[in-house]
Design a protein around this ligand. Structure first.
Ligand SMILES: Cc1cc2nc3c(=O)[nH]c(=O)nc-3n(C[C@H](O)[C@H](O)[C@H](O)COP(=O)(O)OP(=O)(O)OC[C@H]3O[C@@H](n4cnc5c(N)ncnc54)[C@H](O)[C@@H]3O)c2cc1C
Length: 434
């Protein structure tokens, strides 16, 4: 079969790699000048910056298998300091939960809050065989009946919700817990209590090493934005600046907003799915900070009560983004702060974020050197109440309609591990449909 993949993010590249492996003739078309999408990296003033993905987890089984297959296993390393924390009242409260018991040791909230949180995590043992965090379609739709914020406030109280549940979701998804399905929380808690070890990993040097290695083994055309995808007879026609070409199948591995524009005549199921798919926005501002004052933390969650602008900070030193004198700090914005600032200049964004960073951590005053600004209008999919069930139904009826396959983390497949699994699932689906 001749297959085109639109989008060289990690989901599209994985799908293409598995399809090629199965003997199909595959071409990947990417709008940007480089592959990787939200997993791309770049070099700025000699410093490596991860534009999106900053860390990987012990539990990324399929990602790790891919890394090994591509010969990158020596680059996979554990983030050693592992120190992380939650900001409360201008103080960093140490918190890098490796298992449910670590929650009881967290000094950022009262003992009562910790116990309520621990009980809720422990209860998730119940779901251990029924839920899969990297495929939210797995398991009972009844768990998709309430949002995470309402669920958490009722079961764990305001303190645990504000400083742990909402804060975690904001740091890693940029939007609040009110937009997230409770099924997400239960699946994440089940992963934590059954497999423990929330050890963080990275790829030595830069995250883009994985998409780069995949792209090197594929036929990828960068700087080739596709303008439309439409079913024509037994094939699928794809238009780009290079003209129109017809393929046996097309994998649309873009964000949902881009897919909505590409599909000229979606099937009812594709239209319905894409109409409801939404994403959070964020901006990542990278600064250079003197190593002497940077501190040895790796990641900070900033609850919305503490800052309405910054939701997280990542110190990139242990990933090698340092020249010994200065290191890279990447600062992430809450959806609420990012959405209306996407069109602001780099300078304005760095000023706003730098000022807020100094308010939160006065010791950085006079030490922040703006390095790079990356805007993400579609940063992370919203796995909202109802959408999780809708996507699950789509996998059963609608996926692959008219030879057009949708692929990406928004199809109930969170983060890099989810995107890799989605790529593999789509490749297997195309093979099976044939
Ligand atoms: C700031 C940020 C931090 C993150 N941190 C982490 C993290 O630490 N750990 C983690 O696991 N995950 C993290 N994520 C999530 C992770 O990046 C995504 O889940 C994953 O990379 C999604 O991959 P994808 O292939 O589905 O989509 P994408 O990477 O978005 O790929 C889509 C591709 O399609 C291309 N495209 C769009 N339109 C067209 C067109 N018309 N023609 C051709 N090509 C087109 C795009 O340019 C892009 O390359 C983070 C995301 C962001 C934004």
């Amino acid at each position: 079969m001749r297959v085109a993949v639109v989008g060289a993010g990690i989901a599209g590249l994985t799908a293409a790699f598995r399809l090629q492996e199965a003997g199909h003739q595959v071409e990947v078309l990417e709008a940007s000048a480089q592959p990787g999408g939200r997993m791309a990296s770049r070099t700025e003033n000699g410093f490596r910056i991860d534009l999106g993905v900053h860390m990987l987890l012990e539990h990324y089984d399929r990602t790790r298998a891919l890394i090994t297959e591509l010969g990158l296993q020596d680059q996979w390393f554990a983030l050693e300091a592992g120190a992380g924390g939650v900001l409360r009242d201008h103080e960093l409260r140490a918190f890098s939960p490796k298992n449910a018991f670590d929650v009881l040791r967290f000094r950022g909230i009262s003992l009562r809050g910790r116990i309520r949180l621990f009980i809720e995590l422990a209860r998730a043992r119940h779901w251990r065989d029924d839920l899969d965090f990297f495929d939210l379609s797995v398991g009972d739709d009844a768990l998709d009946a309430e949002d995470c914020d309402t669920f958490a406030r009722r079961r764990m109280g305001d303190e645990a919700t504000n400083y742990v549940v909402d804060s975690f979701i904001r740091t890693f998804h940029f939007h609040g817990a009110h937009k997230m399905s409770m099924k997400y929380f239960e699946a994440l808690a089940a992963l934590l209590v059954t497999r423990g070890e929330f050890q963080l990993f990275a790829l030595r040097g830069y995250m883009g090493a994985l998409p780069d290695a995949l792209a090197a083994r594929l036929h990828v055309r960068c700087s080739s934005p596709v303008s439309s995808v439409i079913a024509r007879g037994a094939g699928v026609e794809l238009s780009s600046a290079a003209g129109c070409e017809t393929y046996d199948a097309v994998v649309v591995a873009t964000t949902p907003g881009a897919a909505r524009k590409l599909l000229l005549e979606p099937s009812n199921a594709q239209r319905e799915l894409l109409a409801h798919a939404t994403s959070s926005a964020t901006v990542v501002c990278s600064f250079l900070v003197p190593v002497a004052i940077a501190g040895d933390f790796e990641g900070i969650w900033v609850p919305f009560l503490e800052s309405q602008i910054i939701c997280g900070v990542s110190n990139e030193t242990s990933k090698g983004s340092s020249d010994g004198q200065r290191c890279v700090f990447s600062v992430f914005l809450h959806e609420e702060a990012a959405r209306h600032r996407l069109s602001r200049s780099d300078r304005e964004l760095s000023d706003v974020v730098g000022t807020e960073l100094v308010r939160l951590f006065p010791r950085y005053e006079g030490h922040l050197e703006p390095l790079f600004v990356q805007r993400w209008p579609e940063a992370l999919p919203v796995y909202g109440v109802g959408q999780v069930t809708r996507v699950r139904a789509f996998w059963a009826h609608g996926q692959g309609d008219n030879g057009i396959w949708l692929c990406g983390d928004y199809l109930n497949h969170p983060w890099v591990e989810g995107a890799v699994r989605c790529g593999e699932k789509v490749a297997a689906g195309i093979g099976a449909r044939r």
